[in-house]
Design a protein around this ligand. Sequence first.
Ligand SMILES: *[C@@H]1O[C@H](CO)[C@@H](O)[C@H](O)[C@H]1NC(C)=O
Length: 338
Amino acid sequence: MTPIRGNFAGILVITLNYFIQSSASYNPHRKLQYLLEPPVQVEVAGRRGDNVTLPCILRIKPNHYKIKWTKLDPEHLGQQNIIMISNANAFKPYGPVGRRASLLRAHTMDASLLLSHLELGDDGRYQCELINGIEDENIVITLRIEGVVFPYQSQHGRYKFNFHEAELACAEQDGMLASYSQLYRAWTEGLDWCNAGWIHDGTVHYPIVHPRPVCGGNLPAGIRSYGPKNKNHDRFDAFCFTSQIPGSVFYITGSFSYDQAVYACKRQGSALALVGQLYAAWRFQKYDQCNGGWLKDGSVRFPIVSPRKRCGGVPEAGVRTFGFPSKTTHLYGAYCYR
Ligand SMILES: *[C@@H]1O[C@H](CO)[C@@H](O)[C@H](O)[C@H]1NC(C)=O
């Protein structure tokens, strides 16, 4: 009888172990055997173009193990986007992110991921997984791309984009549709916009800092949400996200038509700036210019860092817009990007 009981006990232990391990991934405060937990940093931030290190440190080194880094994709739950797998001797990168990834290996216990030339789409959660035979443990690090959210409306007016067109519109302005957390952060930084727009996950929202009757009545300040909408048939504006730019934006004074503005930039070896580039210059290069100028999409805008009465009269810093004037009006300068 004793051996059988021993076997039962063994099965029980294995089952418990299995249960603990599989439920472990839902508990952020679990005790890990090998990986340092909590990680050195739970969140790492960087701008587009930067290099960052996502920390993953071993406390104890098993004899044989692999390290697997994956990006956790909230929109494809369960699907793992592997970035790289490595063991003591080999390093194998996967996919487009893998090409920009390497292991820091600052010391023998270091499995931190070095990610170079950050892109807007790198924002998200990354898992460092230690695979040691059948045992497996992981930590998760959030990578936040520092940037700026800007509302974008079609030149044909309010609420003209279905989801796919909104995605394209952001890309054409050097951005991508914002995530909910990017929109939320932008709201805490003062983004107040009375038109609903698509974000990256296919839901629709608008951020209100100063509640007013025309923008959702007496609801408190916050992100007002319409929830998920039909990506093909429903039409709204877009909330785009962009980050640091490698070049710079400059203004040419003049009373140009759109075509003359195109030419003015060209003569300086540059091109009319994109909306995202103007926002990035405003946010990261503190670009302040109290004159309306043409942008490539045909809109006229100007960036204000220090609000003053004669520059738009609005008390908050921001990029002001004159919308999309007729391209033949000879009234504005040019914002160029080089
Ligand atoms: C980022 O890393 C790459 C190599 O992967 C290097 O060439 C580049 O100079 C680094 N950039 C910065 C800003 O450190």
